[in-house]
Write a protein that binds this ligand. Structure first.
Ligand SMILES: Cc1cc2nc3c(=O)[nH]c(=O)nc-3n(C[C@H](O)[C@H](O)[C@H](O)COP(=O)(O)O)c2cc1C
Length: 362
């Protein structure tokens, strides 16, 4: 009954809790001879790290990654490379404050996994949500840094495209803007607005949701294994497994229901080299569960942070009515830090399907 592993050939197992000594992952099945350093992984972890702006939790976690196994360097390998053996990565928790959570030991926080973990297991690590905490997603980001290197030329980029009810203006989309604001937002004007908007939300002790779009480019044609290993199905499962994600779309997604057949089906013409050129990408780069070679586009909705300062009604373990106000440190919009997590999950799924395609089709 182990459900902490995903992927078939690029296989990721994560472990650890919010307030345990450490968390991490084991990546099994990574091909050998891929250059890999801790710095490669750290660069991705730093994008997800908390406490980098006033808009994310003030928990101070350096999220320093250690490679424990699976990478080797000698004078013939020209730098550290993967060996084809399991790559174990460790990230220590250094800023746990368990006392922040003592009060909710016996109370179920609305919107959290407290009730369901107790109902299912009869025991729960209540310190910061234990295993249900999004601390776990650091391990996914670390695994994603390796996955990105498995597929030659692959780029996976994510962007926050909506905060609360406020959508970006897609005509202003500029990937270079992502690094210029604390929201991973590709629209500079929207980012400036989010700054004021989220400040108000934060100061009032409330929270908002967000929509994140992930775009994977240079995905080879042919990835995805119909009918129960479709690329879109695996992407949806991977993104849905991220904490607080309540919806996933591929390509035009739910908006495709409003389109006519003429508008929706992506027309194809012969390109200069004879290879097909798609004239639009409503399919999000996937047809019949198989990648078309167009950018793979996935979107996911993240619910508002459940931990807010306004008391909410709930019950305790004994079934008494109680009010719960969550103290501790929290993001006013968890969708922000979900951006690198979404990228990592997409990268892991694509790496897995790249290896599966190679195994079956050669
Ligand atoms: C990057 C990230 C950070 C999160 N941080 C918080 C947080 O500070 N406070 C909170 O209430 N929820 C936070 N969450 C969401 C909870 O982990 C999640 O809502 C909870 O475990 C219940 O699971 P579910 O929403 O997937 O059903 C975060 C989610 C992500 C993706």
């Amino acid at each position: 009954m182990s459900h902490n592993t995903f992927g078939h050939l690029f296989r990721v197992t994560t472990f650890g809790e919010s307030h345990g000594p450490a968390l991490g992952c084991v990546v099994d099945g990574c091909p050998p001879r891929i250059p890999l350093t801790e710095a490669d992984i750290q660069a991705e972890l730093d994008r997800r790290r908390p406490g980098q702006s006033r808009f994310t939790t003030q928990r101070r976690e350096p999220d320093q990654v250690k490679i424990l196994s699976g990478v080797f360097e000698d004078d013939r390998t020209g730098g550290p490379v993967t060996t084809g053996t399991p790559i174990a990565l460790l990230i220590e928790n250094v800023d746990q404050r368990s006392k922040d959570y003592g009060e909710i030991r016996d109370k179920y926080r609305p919107g959290h996994a407290d009730f369901t973990y107790d109902a299912k297991y009869g025991v729960r690590d209540y310190r910061g949500g234990g295993r249900s905490s999004a601390r776990e997603t650091a391990a996914r980001v670390a695994a994603g840094a390796i996955a990105r290197k498995v597929v030659p030329g692959l780029t996976v980029r994510g962007a926050l495209v909506q905060m609360g009810p406020h959508k970006i203006d897609r005509s202003r989309w500029n990937w270079n803007e992502i690094a210029n604001n604390p929201f991973f937002c590709p629209d500079a004007e929207a980012a400036a607005f989010y700054e004021t908007y989220l400040d108000e939300i934060r100061k009032s002790g409330s929270s908002v949701g967000a929509v994140i779009e992930v775009v994977a480019e240079n995905v080879p044609v042919g990835l995805g294994a119909p009918v129960y290993g479709k690329l879109d199905a695996d992407l949806a499962a991977a993104l849905m497994s991220i904490n607080a994600v309540k919806g996933v779309e591929i390509g035009a997604g739910f908006a495709s229901a409003e389109l006519t057949g003429e508008d929706n089906a992506d027309e194809i013409r012969a390109g200069n080299d004879g290879a097909p050129v798609f004239l639009s990408n409503n399919a999000g780069g996937i047809l019949g569960g198989i990648s078309t070679g167009q950018p793979v586009v996935a979107r996911f909705a993240v619910k508002p942070t459940s931990s807010i300062l306004t008391p909410r009604r709930s019950v305790d373990r004994e079934g008494h009515d109680v009010d719960v106000m969550t103290k501790g440190r929290h993001d006013p919009c968890v969708g922000i830090r979900a951006v690198p997590v979404g990228e990592a999950m997409v990268a892991c799924v694509i790496a897995d399907h790249f290896l599966r395609h190679r195994a079956q089709v050669g």
